[in-house]
Design a protein around this ligand. Structure first.
Ligand SMILES: Cc1cc2nc3c(=O)[nH]c(=O)nc-3n(C[C@H](O)[C@H](O)[C@H](O)COP(=O)(O)OP(=O)(O)OC[C@H]3O[C@@H](n4cnc5c(N)ncnc54)[C@H](O)[C@@H]3O)c2cc1C
Ligand SMILES: *[C@@H]1O[C@H](CO)[C@@H](O)[C@H](O)[C@H]1NC(C)=O
Ligand SMILES: *[C@@H]1O[C@H](CO)[C@@H](O)[C@H](O)[C@H]1NC(C)=O
Ligand SMILES: *[C@@H]1O[C@H](CO)[C@@H](O)[C@H](O)[C@H]1NC(C)=O
Ligand SMILES: *[C@@H]1O[C@H](CO)[C@@H](O)[C@H](O)[C@H]1NC(C)=O
Length: 456
């Protein structure tokens, strides 16, 4: 079916690339604009679980994902002398949930997602400065002075989204931007991270294990948390969080402006080199095994924005809900956004009016906002539980890891795992596991088309 509208996707990150793949399948015209000059090598461990794996099963990507991932059986929490404080069982839940938890390095996943989108639809070195709306079109303006127009603009350009800033400026000028959306993101802490080159399994036996070995270490003396994960190819993903207090952090402009970059990484590397590391040795061993250009330092900030769309512009992923990473929900929610937006774009008429577009965006936000809010709150709690440094945080952590029975912790995971959106214009895969999964519906348009093709 020919569609007479074009979608401009701002940002080729997790959400942007998935959306591209889905629009390709939907037969909707699109282009992806990414500011980075080339595919990134930056990033550390990320994970996918039962609330997003059905999508990848639908897309026939389970094997590809298994190749770049390891499944989590256990997570060890250590104190700074390498004593085990807690051993969290990740395996017990697998049968119930129907899928395991896959851990991979972000650059590997990025390459995989990129490989699923035709190369001529992804434009690198295209930094968006502004988005301009007219009654019948939307125009992106780039830093190289070029511009392009389309019917719909999707801001998938991350936590510091230029698309969001443009949209909010115009809504503010019209007096319809909620006050809360004018405020900055809230600063959490900063994080140094990377993925090593292959290391020696003789020296680090954890690398040879088929499952993902995770060790999380809390350093009470210096307020640092060290996190290390094994990924395929005898590599470690590692990250170090420094829990500076909010007002100190607010003065840390150097980090605040660096986004995902490696510019200021060296000084923090020097600060942590001598720390005893999970899996033995010191942090220097990991830092030195990671190419300099693959180490980044990032601010971890959070904010759940209320406004997700306006006229022909809509936001997905970190651009509308930046979460703290501890619960591992940021990327998953970004991808869930892409799925639900694609589902609603699919149901647009071939030549949509502005009204049709607003209606479509509203359906998307109504489904996604409550779910993103739940994940946002979960991330906040989890982050405090894993990394909080006040005395109460530390006591709660001890309680949680030592005394709260596993089934209570498992209960907490039920709700986020019940929501498993799938593409509604592809055959759906059956629910796995024993949890009750929220109902999904096939697209009306898709059913009509299937009806037609069956009749033919
Ligand atoms: C290089 C990089 C490394 C990361 N590493 C980790 C990690 O190790 N662990 C973790 O938990 N999270 C990491 N993240 C964040 C994580 O990817 C997101 O939190 C999550 O996946 C949500 O995805 P997203 O697509 O909304 O945003 P992102 O994945 O952040 O993607 C946004 C994309 O938009 C591009 N972009 C931004 N501004 C513009 C602009 N003006 N014009 C054009 N393009 C623009 C960015 O370069 C980026 O590719 C990383 C993000 C990036 C960009
Ligand atoms: C942050 O900066 C402000 C003003 O520049 C200063 O008053 C405050 O003491 C600083 N806070 C810290 C923790 O350094
Ligand atoms: C950051 O990475 C670039 C290559 O992407 C490299 O040239 C530069 O030296 C790196 N900077 C630091 C401080 O490591
Ligand atoms: C750092 O490690 C923790 C481990 O619990 C993980 O949850 C978090 O996503 C990591 N942070 C980043 C920015 O990769
Ligand atoms: C699209 O909008 C037109 C009028 O603006 C309306 O008549 C039509 O029902 C809408 N179609 C859909 C699928 O929403």
């Amino acid at each position: 079916m020919p569609r007479e509208f074009k979608v401009l996707i701002a940002g080729g990150g997790m959400a942007g690339l998935i959306l591209g793949q889905l629009l390709e399948l939907a037969g909707i015209e699109y282009m992806i604009f990414e500011k980075a000059p080339r595919p990134t090598t930056l990033g550390s461990a990320m994970g996918f679980g039962p609330n997003i794996m059905p999508l990848f099963e639908q897309l026939g990507m389970l094997e590809d994902i298994a190749k770049i991932s390891k499944l989590v059986d256990h997570t060890l929490v250590l104190d700074e002398d390498l004593n085990v404080v807690a051993d969290i069982d990740g395996k017990a839940m697998r049968k119930k949930l129907g899928y395991g938890h896959y851990i991979f390095s972000r650059p590997d996943m990025f390459q995989l997602l990129l490989s699923r989108v035709p190369a001529h639809k992804v434009f690198f070195s295209k930094k968006i400065l502004t988005v301009e709306e007219e009654i019948d079109k939307v125009t992106l303006k780039f830093s190289d002075n070029s511009q392009i127009s389309g019917d719909i603009c999707v801001g998938a350009d991350g936590g510091y989204s230029a698309v969001r800033q443009s949209l909010y400026r115009s809504l503010k000028a019209r007096g319809i931007l909620p006050r809360k959306d004018m405020e900055d993101l809230t600063f959490g802490f900063y994080n140094l991270l990377g993925t090593t080159n292959p290391m020696d399994p003789a020296k680090y036996p954890a690398l040879a294990a088929p499952d993902c070995k995770i060790e999380l270490m809390q350093r009470t003396t210096t307020k640092h948390a060290l996190h290390t994960f094994t990924v395929p190819g005898n590599r470690f993903c590692w990250n170090v969080t420094n829990h500076v207090q909010t007002d100190e952090g607010a003065n840390c402009t150097v980090f605040r402006n660096s986004e995902w970059g490696n510019e200021t990484a060296q000084s923090m590397c020097n600060e942590v080199r001598d720390f005893k590391a999970p899996f033995g040795g010191t942090m220097a061993d990991y830092i030195d095994a990671t190419p300099k250009e693959a180490i980044s330092i990032v601010m971890l900030e959070e904010k759940l924005f209320k406004t997700w769309y306006g006229s022909r512009t809509v936001l997905v992923g970190d651009a509308c809900h930046k979460m703290l990473p501890s619960a591992g929900q940021g990327a998953i929610n970004a991808i869930q956004d892409a799925v639900v937006l694609a589902n609603n774009l699919y149901d647009l008429p071939d030549r949509p009016t502005l009204k049709n577009i607003s209606f479509c965006f509203n359906l998307y936000r109504s489904e996604r906002y409550p779910m993103a809010k739940m994940a946002f709150q979960l991330s906040q709690q989890q982050s405090k539980l894993i990394s909080g440094q006040s005395l109460t945080d530390r006591m709660k952590r001890k309680m949680a890891f030592s005394y709260i029975p596993q089934f209570v912790q498992n209960k907490a995971m039920e709700k986020p795992n019940a929501y498993r959106p799938q593409v509604n214009f592809l055959p759906m895969v059956p629910d796995r596991g024993t949890y009750k999964v929220l109902q999904r519906r096939l697209s009306k348009r898709y059913q009509e088309e299937m009806g037609v093709s069956k009749a033919v």
